[in-house]
Design a protein. Sequence first.
Length: 90
Amino acid sequence: MAGLFATRRDLDAWAVALGVSNDSDASGELHKLMGRLLDGQDRIRTAARSLSKAPNEDVRRSLATALGRLDLAVFAVGEALRGFAVHERG
C-alpha cells in the first residue's frame, strides 16, 4: 500500500510545517508529536472509562469522537514517518 505522503512535495510540505530542513529532523519531530498523540489517546481512553456510566450521553459521544480524531491523526503522522523513512531528501 502506498503511503499517503510518499511524494517529495508532500514530504517537503511536512518539513516546512515542522520547521525543519532534512528528513532526520522531520522524523525526530514527528516522533515527538506521535508520542504526544499517543499520550492523548491514553488520557482520553482513561477519561472515557471513568465516564462510561455518566448519565450524559453527550460526554461519552464527545470522548468517542475525540478518540476517533486522534486515531486519524496518529495514522497520518505514522504515514508521514513512513514516508520520510523511505525517501532520501537530504
